[in-house]
Design a binder for this molecule. Structure first.
Ligand SMILES: *[C@@H]1O[C@H](CO)[C@@H](O)[C@H](O)[C@H]1NC(C)=O
Ligand SMILES: *[C@@H]1O[C@H](CO)[C@@H](O)[C@H](O)[C@H]1NC(C)=O
Ligand SMILES: *[C@@H]1O[C@H](CO)[C@@H](O)[C@H](O)[C@H]1NC(C)=O
Ligand SMILES: *[C@@H]1O[C@H](CO)[C@@H](O)[C@H](O)[C@H]1NC(C)=O
Length: 447
């Protein structure tokens, strides 16, 4: 078996690797397992093709359907109403927006005791990414694993009935005309930290609904929920509820596998030994979210212009880079011209950082698969890679950055993450901006 070794790998490691390869070969040859066991670390050897066989990719971003006691207990206390059905098909934007909006639909369905039609997603305009409200709808499997969603609801909130489509609703022929509702519009004043009394929403909802009740119509009331974003205070239920609820959504399997392959290639390229089963990969790479794409530059509110500038992001990220004790910066960005500018800055900085992206790391068929995905789907690969970065940086008006940082924060020991010096600061992430500048993210974005 010819073994191509990178320069600088000494004989002892080569011998060890050869033994390991031999063992793996024997085991693959005789056992043909579908998955590698937990104890095998991905390292620079483990994903080399073995005897012409491609090794199976262990999907470290997969997880079983959620069975959460805290969600079960809230659902168990709910009075369910067979005659009220919610639809959730107005979710727009990137992953941070979509995820939060869909989760809010489910949370409001639980509040009302309503059933829910499987959510759908509004597609971004591919020829102008700053247009997110196109009215063109697609299935939630565009971003998420729908079966995982259905299984998680069944396990964590069995009374919440999910309809596969609007036609699936019982007695649909006799339904009322569909009514639209932006859930938060029932509340007079919603502060930045979200609904002041989410527990009062149910009765506000039924009071509002009464005006539509007509005795001659016997069928269900179908309510089309508007896009709900950063208005539901996630910590109003038990903390465990807030921390687990987001796991009813899981990314689709092809992007999870691409993210694993991206990390494997990163390990290969930079000679890192990584155990991808770890939540955070220490001393491996710094993840920087360069949010200077067209939609962001056009969409950002004026007071934030300083953080939306390339120069600012480049400067603060390179200042933070030494925290990760690595010379590699993985950049999440949907704009390769911006990445090239940053790569130049990074390589001319005193620490001469190497900058890489999913487009550099994925090869051949994997790269083709990535390129065939839409812009927002490609971003899912970055989202997953960022979750495992040694350190992470983003800017304060990006829900993508907040979502990544808040998920990482669950693992952080510094719990005073909102007390500065930046908008979010813990030992795993920094989100740049003025302290407490956007309280809605920490208060209303499901991690
Ligand atoms: C269920 O919803 C209907 C409206 O369709 C309403 O009249 C009724 O009071 C609700 N029942 C409960 C228990 O909330
Ligand atoms: C997408 O954007 C292009 C260019 O602005 C425009 O011509 C087209 O109508 C848009 N499509 C949709 C579905 O909004
Ligand atoms: C980074 O790039 C910007 C603009 O491209 C430039 O103004 C700045 O001086 C660069 N910084 C470094 C450290 O190279
Ligand atoms: C930075 O590192 C690269 C290799 O990663 C090397 O080719 C380049 O010469 C270095 N640049 C400087 C200024 O040291």
């Amino acid at each position: 078996m010819a073994l191509q070794l990178p320069p600088g790998v000494n004989r002892r490691y080569a011998a060890l690797a050869a033994i390991a390869l031999g063992a793996i070969w024997l085991w693959v040859a005789f056992d043909r397992p579908y998955k590698f066991p937990d104890h095998i670390a991905w390292n620079i050897y483990s994903n080399r093709p073995l005897s012409g066989q491609t090794t199976e990719v262990r999907d470290v971003f997969d997880f079983p359907p959620l069975e959460s006691e805290s969600i079960k207990s809230i659902c168990g206390e709910t009075q369910w109403n067979q005659s009220v059905v919610f639809t959730c098909d107005k979710s727009v934007g990137g992953i941070g927006n979509l995820r939060n909006s869909i989760l809010n639909c489910v949370r409001y369905a639980i509040s009302a005791g309503a059933s829910l039609v499987v959510p759908s997603i509004v597609l971004r305009n591919t020829s102008d990414i700053s247009q997110i409200r196109t009215g063109v709808e697609t299935d939630m499997s565009y971003m998420f694993d729908t079966q995982h969603f259905l299984d998680s609801i069944r396990l964590s909130c069995p009374s919440l009935q999910i309809h596969s489509s609007i036609n699936d609703i019982k007695d649909f022929e006799n339904a009322h005309e569909v009514i639209s509702l932006l859930p938060e519009s029932l509340v007079e004043h919603v502060p930045a930290t979200g609904l002041p009394e989410p527990e009062a929403w149910r009765s506000q909802f039924y009071t509002w609904l009464e005006q539509y009740s007509t005795p001659e119509v016997t069928g269900p009331m179908i309510i089309n929920l508007g896009r709900s974003y950063l208005q539901y205070p996630i910590y109003s239920d038990a903390k465990l509820f807030a921390l687990s609820f987001g796991s009813i959504l899981k990314f689709r399997s092809d992007v999870r596998v691409l993210a694993v392959k991206t990390l494997q290639s990163l390990a290969d390229t930079y000679f890192l030994t990584l155990d991808l089963t770890q939540d955070i990969l220490p001393n491996a790479f710094f993840g920087a979210h360069l949010r200077t794409e067209k939609d962001a530059v056009e969409g950002w509110p004026a007071p934030d212009w300083i953080y939306s500038r390339f120069e600012t992001q480049s400067r603060v990220y390179l200042e933070q880079a030494p925290r990760s004790s690595s010379s590699v910066i993985y950049v999440a960005s949907g704009d390769l011209n911006e990445v090239a500018k940053f790569a130049h800055n990074a390589s001319t900085s005193p620490n001469n950082y190497s900058v890489t992206t999913k487009f550099d790391l994925l090869k051949g068929k994997d790269l083709e698969e990535l390129q065939a995905l839409k812009w927002d789907q490609q971003a899912l690969v970055d989202f997953l890679v960022m979750l495992k970065a040694s350190d992470f940086a983003g800017i304060g008006h990006s829900s993508f950055a907040w979502n990544v940082a808040l998920k990482r924060h669950v693992l952080a020991t510094n719990k005073k993450h909102l007390d500065g010096p930046q908008m979010l600061s813990d030992e795993l992430s920094q989100i740049y901006g003025n302290i407490r500048g956007y309280p809605e993210y920490a208060a209303c974005l499901w991690p």
